[in-house]
Design a binder for this molecule. Structure first.
Ligand code: MET
Ligand SMILES: [Zn+2]
Length: 791
């Protein structure tokens, strides 16, 4: 039996949180006990139904499998774990009688249950989305228990929609997994592939039975070095998909003993060997996969040879960018699509490069964007339309979409010549940069000058910047925004807040103080609001993990800083204390990583513009008397390219941008940086190359693992490995912190060591923060005394 034809237009996935974060709110109500499970599932079904309706309005067909059933409540990797019943042994008790994992059980995996920490959260490829890491051991059960996904398919079918269920594919699933605790040393989850594949075969049968005609298996793992190696002809990917494709395709309408047709997607780069683009797709086609997808935005076009090798397999061209917000250049996309079709002779469908999970819902829901921006933008809903329009143009000829082509062209043209997209003053500055602009004086000399100026004790104590953002702070900000308090009243409120935070730090006995960042809603958006070339959205929420969402700003033009904006707060805070107080900035790489960035010039160029804007702010901070400036780069590791071959170039421009931002500072000004959210062991050389005088780095949860890497590298500058894990309300005891300081001192020379928390305190409450910092300071003092006795 042959498969039903794949639809001409599709998307790989759609934002799951709801246009007004309905799912987020329902989840949080459920977790706090205000909404029971039935209530939550009712809300989730409302979001699903709305998504299907909306996608039909936007041009997808409800009945032809063009709409993905991609409705994870928390995370799609977690849902695949649930469909496989692949519970780690430490959670084995959560299994239903048939090995299934219900909604409540899946939330225990996601959030822990008091005694057991949750599954680890890690970044999904090179994005700011986080997935829950499967824990696989030699004994992990794999079963076909896709009840929830099958239930969604069945329910939608009853409502007249034939959806295409989505799972993480088996190779990517195991590549993303880690060995569970207690597995033999060196255990590789991929060794369980046969058992996993057997379960996937069963799941495919269950989904066919529920009425699915197509299933989407996502294999973005093939775009990493590890996955690419498996995608060569004769490799693991070929074996796996031969097995999955072996069963006959079920006849539409009669689903006994068959499987749905398979779409295998890639995404986040080129699947397989980049020098042989498309080969991995040909491998999949050869074993009988009915449709394959490639990311044509981040990845390369498949070669003509690979396209011809697709034979009768559908090619889904991921030409609408799933990761950025710019309107598609329909004309050039159509050129590419027509070319692909002509070359391959194969049937081409139009799709997105990745799921639309990474972009907000709808440009039309924006009310605060500057007037020129909306026409240039495309959020998820606009992208669905773009895919549908391109598919029509491909099938019926350019004249059938003449109006759409013309509108897109007009928008692109207006964008290209809009005032501020290119700012001659900014261009002149970047063009005139020379090596001296990236270099400070010798580090040893800087250290002497700074110590003479600051007079700090050994093991200086400090915090990372933010203090608790209480309900009061958030309410005052909202009131100021609404206009229900005056600007002067808001400023007065912030000053009082800063004064309290400074007084608290003095009372605690910290050595280097901060102002606490109460004026900042978000460490990137705050800069976007104060830089030219940047705009903040009103409702542009994007899922970061589970119910957590962020609202990236849009960097649309040349960036510059019209006026000093952090200076008044820092100056005010410093006026309240004789101790040194750090000025606090977000670094250029992090600003880019957590924004939607213009796509019309290299990132390195944009990074330098942001760096110059920060450099201006640092100059003004210095002029106001600030002796220490911290430039946070928590996202330095996040943008690291997936392929080793691309990493050196990235590290080069990102390090240079940081240096451009900071190297205007006088040698007597101490530059700090702060890193968190990732393991930084593999980029230590780049961290050293930042040439910051002091680096604070998240370390408490790994019990200071990074210290060994730093020592091994011979890191020479100031270093503050976090000794207080700020991710939970738990107060670390003085003894515990003392133990971590001992560990650090065993590897790091005492004159280099700083004592600080892992990250900012903004999500914490005051009580636990004060108690914890008291212990931090006490442990540091005790360590100083011990050192003095030993000396
Ligand atoms: C995610 S890193 C946060 C650094 C920032 N200065 C803060 O303390 O909040
Ligand atoms: Zn941090």
């Amino acid at each position: 039996m042959t498969a039903k034809t794949f639809p001409a237009a599709t998307i790989l996935g759609y934002p799951r949180i709801g246009p007004n974060r309905e799912l987020k709110k329902a989840l949080e109500a459920h977790w706090s006990g205000r909404l029971d499970e039935d209530g939550l599932l009712f809300e989730a079904r409302k979001v699903q139904d709305r998504t299907v309706r909306r996608l039909v309005q936007l041009g997808l067909d409800a009945a032809d499998s063009s709409i993905p059933a991609d409705f994870a409540l928390y995370d799609q990797v977690l849902d695949t774990t649930a469909a496989l019943g692949a519970l780690p042994s430490r959670f084995a008790d959560l299994a239903d009688s048939d090995g299934g994992v219900g909604t409540a059980a899946s939330f225990v995996l996601a959030r822990g249950d008091g005694e057991r920490p949750p599954l680890e959260l890690t970044k999904w490829f090179d994005t700011n989305y986080h997935y829950l890491v499967p824990e696989i051991g030699p004994e992990t059960c794999f079963a076909a228990v896709a009840h929830q996904l099958a239930g969604i398919v069945r329910r939608q079918k009853d409502r007249g929609a034939v959806l295409r269920p989505v799972l993480v594919g088996p190779v990517t699933y195991l590549l993303l997994a880690k060995a569970e605790d207690g597995a033999p040393a060196g255990f590789d989850p991929l060794t369980r592939i046969d058992d996993a594949v057997a379960a996937y075969v069963g799941i495919l049968g269950q989904l066919a039975e529920a009425g699915a005609e197509w299933v989407q298996l996502d294999e973005p793992g093939l775009s990493t070095d590890a996955g690419a190696a498996l995608a060569a002809p004769g490799g693991l990917v070929e074996q796996v998909y031969r097995k999955l494709a072996e069963a006959p395709v079920a006849a539409p309408g009669r689903h006994a003993n068959g499987r749905p047709a398979l779409l295998v997607t890639t995404g986040y780069g080129t699947a397989g060997d980049p020098a042989r683009a498309g080969e991995a797709l040909a491998v999949l086609a050869a074993v009988g996969v009915e449709a394959v997808h490639a990311d044509l935005v981040r990845g390369s076009l498949p070669s003509a040879e690979a396209l011809r090798a697709l034979g009768g397999t559908r090619f889904v061209a991921g030409i609408v960018d799933g990761r950025n917000v710019w309107r598609n250049n329909l004309l050039s996309s159509l050129d590419v699509l027509e070319d692909l079709q002509a070359q391959s002779g194969a049937a081409v469908s139009v799709g997105t490069s990745t799921s639309l999970l990474h972009v907000p819902h709808d440009v039309a829901a924006e009310s605060v964007l500057p007037a020129h921006l909306p026409a240039w933008l495309s959020f998820a809903d606009q992208k669905v339309r773009e895919a549908a329009v391109l598919a029509r143009g491909l099938a019926e000829g350019r004249s059938s979409i003449a109006a759409e082509l013309q509108n897109a062209e007009a928008a692109l043209r207006s964008r290209a010549k809009y005032d501020g997209v290119v700012s001659p003053a900014v261009r002149q500055r970047t063009a005139a940069l020379g090596e001296a602009d990236f270099t400070r004086g010798p580090a040893e000399r800087r250290a002497e000058l700074q110590q003479a100026r600051l007079g700090l004790p050994v093991l200086p104590t400090t915090t990372i910047g933010s203090f608790p953002q209480t309900g009061e702070v958030r309410r005052a900000r909202a009131a100021a925004q609404k206009g229900s308090i005056t600007e002067a009243e808001y400023e007065q409120f912030l000053k009082e807040e800063i004064a309290r935070v400074v007084a608290l730090q003095e009372e605690l006995g910290l050595d280097v103080l901060v102002h606490g960042e109460p004026e900042r809603n978000d460490m990137v958006q705050y800069f976007a609001e104060n830089f030219d070339g940047f705009a903040a959205t009103g409702n542009g929420w994007v899922q970061s993990y589970g119910s957590r969402c962020t609202r990236p700003s849009i960097l649309w033009g040349d960036v510059s800083r019209p006026a000093a904006f952090t200076v008044p707060w820092t100056r005010y805070a410093q006026s309240l204390t004789r101790r040194p107080l750090k000025g606090m900035l977000t670094g250029p790489v992090t600003i880019l990583a957590w924004s939607f960035v213009r796509d019309d010039q290299p990132l390195a160029e944009t990074a330098n513009q942001v760096a110059l804007a920060l450099r201006d702010e640092i100059a003004d901070l210095e002029a106001a008397g600030t002796g220490i400036v911290q430039v946070d780069e928590p996202a330095l590791r996040e943008l690291l390219p997936l392929r080793a071959a691309d990493q050196a170039a990235y590290l080069d421009w990102s390090v240079r941008a940081f240096r451009l931002a900071t190297s205007g500072a006088s040698d007597a000004t101490q530059i700090h940086t702060h890193l968190c959210y990732s393991e930084f062991g593999e980029v230590i050389a780049a961290i050293a190359a930042l040439d910051a005088d002091v680096t604070s780095i998240e370390a408490a949860r790994s019990r200071l693992e990074v210290v060994a890497d730093l020592a091994g590298f011979g890191f020479r500058r100031g270093i503050g490995p976090g000794v207080y894990d700020i991710h939970s309300p738990r107060v670390p005891s003085r003894e515990e912190i003392a133990g971590l300081i001992e560990t650090a001192l065993a590897a790091i020379p005492v004159r280099q060591l700083w004592i600080n928390p892992d990250c900012g305190l903004k999500t914490r409450g005051y009580e636990e923060t004060a108690a914890s910092l008291r212990n931090v300071v006490a442990a540091a003092k005790a360590a100083r005394e011990t050192l003095a006795v030993r000396a």
